[in-house]
Design a protein around this ligand. Sequence first.
Ligand code: SF4
Length: 295
Amino acid sequence: MQEDKAQIPKQQKRRLPPWLRRPLPTGGSYQHTNEVLDSLGLQTICSNANCPNRGECWSRGTATVLILGNICTRNCKFCSVNSGRPEPPDKTEPSRLAQMAIQMKLKYLVITSVDRDDLPDGGAGHFRDCIDTVRQQCPDIKFEILVPDFRNCQTRAVEILRDALPFVFAHNVETVPSLYSIARAGGDYQQSLNLLKMAKENYNDIQTKSSIMLGLGETDDEVEQVLRGLRDVDCDRLTIGQYLKPSKDSLDVVEYITPAKFDFWKQKAIELGFSWVISGPFARSSYFAEQQNAV
Ligand code: SF4
């Protein structure tokens, strides 16, 4: 067993360690964020993934929009988003997103999507249309896109997104390669790295970003190898967070990582050359994404 990791006896699986217990903030702009999203019929990953930060982020007036529906063509066992056969892309979604950006006075917008293996471009064209439409109405806004792995169409998707000029191009490796078969069965670790590499090589001045969850049973060596692998493809930004079982059918948590260990990984990531790092139990891909500096 590794130091600093809290192995979880079976009978305690439901009991959270003290550092994961916190009140749910729902003040500030929470209600406004909720009303805007609701009135425009927009989905968020915050709600669909049961993100533990929803109270905090929405109270700060930020939310991560989930485009292309809330039915995913994959069935990853760490994720609570429903899987099945999605609807065709909704052509009204880009203008509803623009309305959201206006009503919430956004300066930074994170857009993500479900996996759309049913579409020839994996949904890249819809990402581009969303960015273009919002940018027409809010020219100064910065975009971060958190994209799927575009399994069957990486070259095409990278080409389509070239003109959308996001500020950050993010794709999550999610976990270490040895756990892909149980956590992310439809994914391929090397293919995910390849997408980040292609983005870096094809887009001028792009910041690339990835995320990894800890607590699924990975070893320290494996985590370090993932960090090194991401730096090998020049990935700039990283978040490292605690996996928390988002639904009863999702994978169990194997261990709770201590805050001290998250600090250790943050230092390691900085040493390896990441320029922007958020590492902590509640860190998620889009957590404080708009923050300019995070090292
Ligand atoms: S961390 Fe991201 S997904 Fe979670 S509530 Fe905040 S914006 Fe939403």
